[in-house]
Design a protein around this ligand. Structure first.
Ligand SMILES: [Zn+2]
Length: 432
């Protein structure tokens, strides 16, 4: 079977599945969902749709979290993500390696299927995989993809596109524009869009924004935010006025997507934790980790008032074999009462006072953390595989009511037809 034929057959199967799901909508119960252990999840409010915010710290192993903790709140306190009610470990191997790359790991999370490194959304047999974004769209939910790398990079791409080589950035861009149907797209990567492609997005109803002020001015609808030519800058060099923080990008995405009465799926990636760790830069690693944690805090604020939205925080893999060895930290911690620039300077000084060791320049097979809030995993589970994250999200959405099919045109067409016949008969009889 050719690769193209396999793609067509898989898409046909997906379409058939969607039609069957729509036909069976009236028999589906929205009340409960099976969790990983087969128990029933509680849907906490009948008034609100089911939504998921998934947050992925790229390269965020347990020691990266510890580094961020020591810098931001001190060794004996907890980051925001660590205060979520439940946690577990995640195994991360890909189909062809015990040490995964981002695109294979993100595909496992997005589709529930292990694939080979450097592929995106396509299994080892060439089959195009259905993603959690597809599932959300089947249920009529809005979707959003947010990152501080390019939006074409391995992790965000795995939620929207299907290519045999993760570096096929032009093809990934084409699929994002023509096929993905994602309503909120925020990140870097304008280099892969030409003017006519941007125009096509605007013609298709997207607000196109390029800096922080333009993003903050958007309040609804579809939005394409491309804030840099390539990846967005490291937090250490971010212009606070020009470049939106990951937390601001998260807040705006939630503000827009949560207007959908059917609910939403949002993936937010802290994409540059990985880049900083590849560089063996403990300051950038700490600052990126902390910026990601602030974005988790923003999502948590929304979740607190919306119990039908679950928050899942995890990583695709560990990067660079980080080990924290020791520190000479002062007691002065960053504080909400400080200017943003003063906090950044404090974080830089604190990170510089922590001694670390790096085991490799690439990724490792170390298990990564999983934190969550909401009825999406069994509360007592200790270790899950990255594919289980898709299963849990898919199960959660499967307890959503499907969108109401459009009303049948048969009755209005039939009534109009009979009325025309009746008028014709009356007219003919009068003229006889
Ligand atoms: Zn990496």
């Amino acid at each position: 079977m050719t690769f193209g034929l396999a793609m067509r057959i898989t898409k046909l199967k997906l379409h058939t599945t969607v039609i069957l799901m729509l036909l069976s909508a009236c028999w589906m119960s929205p009340a409960t969902a099976d969790t990983l252990d087969g128990s029933k999840a509680r849907v906490l409010s009948d008034d609100e749709p089911l939504s998921i915010i998934l947050m992925i710290g790229d390269g965020m192993g347990p020691e990266h979290v510890k580094l961020g903790r020591w810098v931001e709140v001190g060794p004996s306190n907890s980051l925001i993500m660590e205060q979520l009610p439940f946690s577990a470990n995640v195994t991360t191997c890909s189909a062809d390696s015990n040490v995964t790359d981002s695109s294979a790991a993100a595909t496992a999370i997005a589709t529930g299927v292990k694939i080979n490194n450097s592929f995106v959304g396509i299994d080892p047999n060439g089959v195009v995989l259905e993603t959690i974004v597809d599932v959300a769209q089947t249920f009529g939910k809005s979707t959003g993809v947010v990152t501080r790398t390019t939006i074409q990079h391995g992790t965000p791409a795995a939620f929207m596109t299907h290519v045999a080589n993760r570096n096929s950035y032009q093809e990934i861009t084409r699929q994002i524009i023509e096929e993905a149907g994602v309503e909120v797209l925020l990140g870097g990567g304008s280099r892969y869009f030409n003017t006519s492609e941007i125009d096509a997005m605007v013609d298709n109803g997207y607000s196109f924004v390029q800096d922080r002020d333009e993003l903050l001015a958007v309040t609804s609808g579809k939005v394409l935010g491309l804030f840099s030519y390539d990846h967005m800058p490291f937090e250490q060099g971010r212009d606070f006025d020009e470049s939106p923080s990951l937390s601001e990008m998260t807040a705006k995405s939630i503000e827009i997507l949560s207007q959908d009465p059917e609910g939403f799926f949002l993936i937010v990636e802290g994409g540059k934790i990985d880049h900083a760790a590849h560089d063996h830069d403990r300051v950038d690693t700490a600052l990126e980790l902390i910026a990601f944690d602030k974005a988790v805090g923003t999502a948590l604020e929304y979740i607190s008032d919306h119990p039908n939205t679950v928050l899942i925080v995890t990583a695709d893999h560990e990067t660079a074999g980080l080990t924290i060895l020791g520190h000479t930290l002062s007691d002065t911690l960053p504080s909400d009462t400080n200017e943003e620039s003063a906090n950044r300077q404090l974080r830089i000084e604190r990170a510089n006072n922590i001694t670390v060791e790096w085991g490799t320049t690439y990724h490792t097979a170390t298990d990564v953390p999983l934190y969550w809030k909401g009825d999406v995993f069994n509360e007592s589970v200790e270790t899950v595989d990255n594919t289980d994250i898709f299963t849990a999200m898919n199960t959660y959405f499967m307890s959503s009511p499907l969108p109401t099919p459009p009303p049948s045109l048969f009755i209005p067409v039939a009534v109009t037809f009979l009325a025309v016949i009746a008028v014709a008969i009356i007219y003919v009889r009068r003229t006889e």
